[in-house]
Design a protein. Structure first.
Length: 318
């Protein structure tokens, strides 16, 4: 079954329902010591499986692998996304010139003339206003020169689980695209961010659909125990003899990660959900999970009753 395609806001671009995330824990396998050619093969496999959005970044160190995979490929149906940090190695704001140099380095590493979405990466609220003043003019200049198509910003979801930066960004008219943390353990972006991005036509990519506590049941039990101590979830949930049953997932989803991907992929206000991986086989399994369709209404109601009010975690349990 072919992957569903969605419009990226009002940009005129479209994307597959699932995009390939080239960062995360695996970085296309580079984090595990695998080669750049292996990483490129993962990208090639994603394209062959029908994925049409590839998301990378300067800090992931996967731009060259993506560029290698794109050689000889037609760009018409492909949406390419990358990002620049806004701080230097000393924690100081980059100069506009250094930010522009990062964009040029992205173009060179990827081997392309145009990047469809270019983001300020992981921006925190305390740096938001000055970053807008410094870097948005650089991005607008690059857009006018045909080097990028959409100007975007991504949040630092592990630190900013309440989406404070993106809520501030929604008050400005300079953003064509946003990347937001969203998962079944913290769906707070639905009301705080996604309602507005949908109304404004901002292209919206979802990250953190699956993280450690949504892969490993024991890690999830630890996290649920912490939430219970804070009075945020019902006591005893962490000790449930059948956790999938307690979450109304037994017989609905084969695994936590499958449920997590389906939960996010069929959130109407997300245009594309990113899936990070280190192997083509793992990516294919993730796509098979998504192809099972949305979670049923009773399961969604149970998850909403358990986690709909939670905004203090990212699911990246350490």
């Amino acid at each position: 079954m072919e992957l569903e395609r969605r419009a990226l806001g009002k940009s005129g671009l479209t994307s597959s329902l699932v995009g390939l995330g080239c960062g995360g824990n695996s970085r296309l396998g580079l984090s595990n010591g695998l080669s750049e050619e292996h990483a490129a093969d993962v990208v090639r496999a994603a394209l062959d499986l029908g994925i049409t959005l590839i998301d990378t970044a300067r800090v992931y160190q996967t731009e060259k692998a993506v560029g290698l995979a794109l050689r000889g490929r037609r760009r018409e149906q492909l949406v390419l996304s990358s990002k620049s940090p806004y701080l230097d190695e000393n924690g100081q704001l980059l100069s506009p010139q250094a930010f522009e140099a990062n964009l040029e380095a992205s173009l060179s590493a990827l081997g392309v003339e145009t990047i469809d979405l270019y983001f300020i990466h992981g921006l925190r609220l305390e740096y938001y206003r000055e970053s807008v003043e410094r870097f948005v003019p650089v991005l607008e200049k690059a857009r006018q020169a045909g080097k990028i198509r959409l100007v975007g910003v991504t949040e630092a979801f592990e630190r900013d689980t309440r989406h404070e930066m993106l809520q501030a960004a929604l008050n400005d008219g300079c953003w064509d695209a946003m990347m937001v943390g969203y998962n079944l353990l913290n769906p707070s972006a639905r009301e705080r961010v996604l309602a507005a991005t949908r109304q404004k036509g901002i292209a919206t990519l979802g990250m953190f659909a699956v993280r450690r506590a949504l892969i490993d049941e024991e890690r999830l039990r630890v996290l649920l125990g912490r939430l219970a101590q804070q009075g945020l979830v019902e006591q005893g949930l962490a000790a449930s003899p059948d956790l999938l049953d307690a979450l109304a997932l037994r017989g609905v989803s084969a695994s936590l990660s499958e449920a997590a991907y389906r939960f996010c992929a069929y959130e109407p206000a997300l245009d594309c959900v990113l899936s990070g991986t280190g192997s083509a086989q793992h990516l294919q399994a993730n796509l098979q999970s998504v192809r099972r369709g949305p979670l049923p209404a009773p399961t969604l109601a149970r998850l909403a009753s358990l986690f709909g009010h939670i905004d203090s975690i990212s699911a990246q349990l350490r």
